[in-house]
Design a protein around this ligand. Structure first.
Ligand code: ATP
Length: 746
């Protein structure tokens, strides 16, 4: 094996420990980014075991080797647990194999164990190299070429158990599997009036249990960081009895596999079943989800975030020197971020020690603000039962949807309604948006009316896109007065924002508008200026990515170029993220437009790629990317210029993108925002204030801002935010999709 020239850096990527969906997109991104930076990239097969075995287990990876793996679960380069790597003798063999191939940079994708192992290898590197020289296994020249090992970690673990990253690779997909299971179980449980106990993975981390309990509308959850005191059986039974007395036909209890009480007595699913059967006479069944949670295709989030992380990991490891403190590349506040590797591992171990020492408050704090917050939110929702009211002053709050459909709207409405009732308010459901309010289609909502809404697509309260004109305002004002409405919760997209904005501007002319109003962002377009993410966008993205997978499969038999058209209006979020998660070669966005020059370059690339043996060319176009070069036009152009090498097909997903079951993320976001919105509106009413506000997430935290602030963040003409954070991801798609350095192709 010829050593690389001094300028040519050589790195390797490996997966280790338990597999997780999203590892393949990360491997793909590492390989392609390395090639983009003109580095040599190797894949190590079967984790540390392969590293120790060497030979064919460590081989160069090409651009095409990682084609077609983006949508595959597990890890195509294999993973293993290796006892031998825990021994110095094993690590000596590993170093020998690496230097023989001229590799001294490593991207390791795995859990805290795998990352600790990598760091140990890094720390021992020079002494292991010396030993190899002394024993004549390598010569001094080889040793001198590799004075240090540079490592970067990506955290692959479905449990989301690592401190230093908000999300580990695989956790979102595992949550999809669990919530799908809870949805299925709920329907059968309700048919038979049964209770179900669902056990999910998570030895020290209750993330999967807590989030699936929120998304699945469960009644009780057991997580290791917030254990109940001994004697919890009484509380559980009282809670389940109350739920049944409220008219719910089933109950769901979610248990993390590491659940225990505050005295460290394990809480076992079977024991919970026994308690419910013995004390309440409930027909109770246990479902232990096990490896199903690791399976299936990675979610859209796991594909796009792992791709971004793989990209960042290569930049990090290539720029590292012997003195660089190794990092993990993770996620913080919805952006790729790095954290010191060993500090993250140490904090992760510290959390387990805190639980062992019964210091649960600190353990929960270490998990981060949103985890703690969502643990409180779950507690509030599960205790918001009829007959338990927090206050006596009754205000009348109306909830309505406005705009296009967005999956997760129902989850938000359900939480707003139940928490509102719990606070002692009268909650009115307005059917059919503002027109319904004007026409008096208003109904008093009861606790049981929203049963099962968290998993339902569509809009149970009805919806209309109509933005009130100045002429409609009088009727809306009268509707507000007739029903004595003291506060308004508006769930919707740009139309909702614009309607609320109009009412805010006209408040001096209409006394009825001087009530607190709050807008929750719900739009698949993700185009609202007051929230980085809106309810519905993640579900739409998953649907588009699933459709791209199907199109890919169907098209693989022929040589074909596809133009997949996504919704989004003038906002390219869906198109770009779907392109990144679906492995598109090219995306067209309204923000960038399409020029004739672009098209000529793209056609040339397309023809070249088919000539080189490619069977498929995937293009994702935003519906408004260009008024002239429509998807239809693009298709005809590609076909015309195909030189008979391929044909072209248009796939317009249309309204399907607004339908379907909401994703776990959208249900959780809807829940979180609705809980905060209800707090805000109750406070406003208590203080006799009448602000107009919007609520969303900024930098991962929930933020309420005034209509005046939101107004300034909006690009009113294009109906999108002035600043679109996700445009920073644009170059990554180009790197992952193209064989040549970007500047040579664009
Ligand atoms: P998961 O979260 O899925 O368990 P993990 O990476 O933590 O993933 P481990 O079994 O702890 O999984 O580690 C995987 C491999 O990493 C081990 O089999 C071993 O080869 C190596 N490894 C783990 N910890 C160490 C260590 N302290 N020293 C050396 N090698 C280690």
């Amino acid at each position: 094996m010829t050593p690389p020239s001094p300028a040519k850096r050589r790195l390797a990527v490996m997966t280790s420990g338990g597999d997780a969906q999203g590892m393949n997109p990360a491997v793909r991104a590492v390989v392609r980014t390395a090639l983009h930076y003109n580095a040599d990239i190797y894949a190590i097969y079967e984790g540390y075991r392969g590293l120790i075995e060497g030979g064919d287990r460590i081989r160069p990876a090409t651009f095409d080797d990682v084609s077609g793996i983006l949508n595959r679960g597990g890890t195509v380069i294999g993973t293993a647990r290796s006892l031998e790597f825990r021994e110095r003798s094993g690590r000596l063999k590993a170093v020998h194999n690496l230097v023989e191939k001229g590799i001294d940079r490593l991207v390791v994708i795995g859990g805290d164990g795998s990352l600790s192992g990598a760091d140990l290898l890094r720390r021992e590197w020079s002494s292991l190299i010396n030993e190899l020289v002394e024993t004549g296994k390598i010569d001094q020249e080889t040793a001198d070429r590799h004075p240090a090992l540079m490592i970067t970690g990506l955290v692959g673990s479905i449990d989301n158990d690592m401190i230093g990253t908000d999300m580990t690779i695989g956790a979102d997909s595992a949550l999809h599997r669990i919530v799908e299971a809870i949805d299925s179980i709920s329907s059968t449980a309700a048919s038979h009036q049964r209770s179900f106990i669902v056990e999910v993975m998570g030895r020290h981390c209750g993330y999967l249990a807590l989030m699936s309990a929120i998304a699945g509308g469960a009644d009780y959850v057991f997580i290791p960081e917030n254990p109940p005191a001994p004697g919890w059986e009484t509380h559980l039974c009282a809670q389940i009895s109350n739920v049944r007395a409220s008219g719910r036909r089933n109950s769901i209890v979610v248990v993390a596999e590491g659940a225990q009480d505050s005295d460290h007595n394990p809480i076992d699913s079977d024991y919970i079943r026994q308690v419910l059967e013995d004390r309440l006479g409930e027909d109770t069944r246990v479902t232990i989800l096990g490896h199903v949670q690791r399976g299936g295709a990675p979610s859209a989030f796991d594909r796009s975030m792992s791709s971004q992380q793989g990209f960042a990991a290569v930049e990090e490891v290539l720029s590292a020197t012997a003195d660089t403190v190794p990092s993990i590349i993770g996620v913080q506040h919805n952006r790729v971020a790095k954290a010191p590797l060993m500090e993250s591992v140490a904090k992760t171990h510290e959390l387990a020690s805190l639980i062992a020492a019964k210091d649960y408050d600190t353990a929960l704090t270490l998990r981060g603000d949103s985890y703690t917050e969502l643990s409180h939110v779950f507690h509030s929702i599960s205790h918001a039962l009829p007959g338990v009211r927090q206050k006596t002053k009754s205000s009348r709050i109306a909830v309505l949807n406005v705009g296009g459909l967005a999956p997760g709207m129902n989850a938000a409405a359900r939480v707003a309604i139940r928490l509102g009732l719990h606070r002692g308010h009268t909650i009115l459901g307005v059917k059919g948006s503002f027109a319904g309010l004007a026409e008096g289609d208003v109904q008093e909502m009861q606790w049981g009316d929203v049963e099962g809404w968290s998993s339902r697509g569509g809009a149970e309260l009805g919806i209309s896109r109509k933005v009130p004109t100045v002429r409609d305002l009088y009727a809306i004002g009268r509707g507000l007065e007739t029903h004595g409405i003291d506060g308004l919760v508006i769930i919707g997209g740009w139309d909702a924002f614009e309607s609320a904005h109009t009412m805010w501007r006209e408040r001096d002319r209409y006394e009825a508008f001087k009530i607190p109003m709050i807008c929750l962002p719900a739009s698949i377009d993700n185009n609202l200026p007051y929230s980085e993410l809106s309810i519905g966008a993640d579900s739409a993205l998953n649907l588009i990515v699933d459709s791209i997978d199907r199109v890919r499969q169907a098209g693989a038999a022929q040589r074909r170029a596809f133009v997949v058209e996504t919704m989004g209006g003038n906002c390219g979020y869906l198109a770009l993220l779907a392109g990144l998660s679906g492995g598109a070669v090219r995306v067209y966005l309204h923000e960038e437009g399409i020029t004739l020059k672009d098209l000529s370059v793209d056609v040339e690339r397309m023809v070249d790629s088919f000539r080189a043996g490619q069977r498929l060319f995937m293009v994702v176009a935003n519906e408004k990317a260009s008024p002239m070069y429509t998807s239809d036009f693009l298709c005809r152009l590609f076909e015309q210029e195909s030189q008979d090498l391929f044909d072209a097909r248009k796939v317009v997903l249309g309204q399907t993108q607004q339908g379907g079951t909401p994703s776990p993320f959208d249900r959780i976001l809807g829940t979180r925002l609705a809980a905060h919105a209800m707090d805000w509106i109750s406070n406003e009413i208590d203080r006799s204030r009448a602000d107009n506000a919007v609520i969303g997430t900024i930098n991962g935290s929930v933020k309420v801002m005034s209509m005046r602030q939101a107004e300034d963040l909006a690009d009113w003409e294009n109906r999108r935010p002035l600043k679109q954070w996700w445009m920073d991801l644009r170059p990554i798609l180009d790197v992952l999709a193209q064989r040549l350095p970007v500047e040579q192709t664009r």
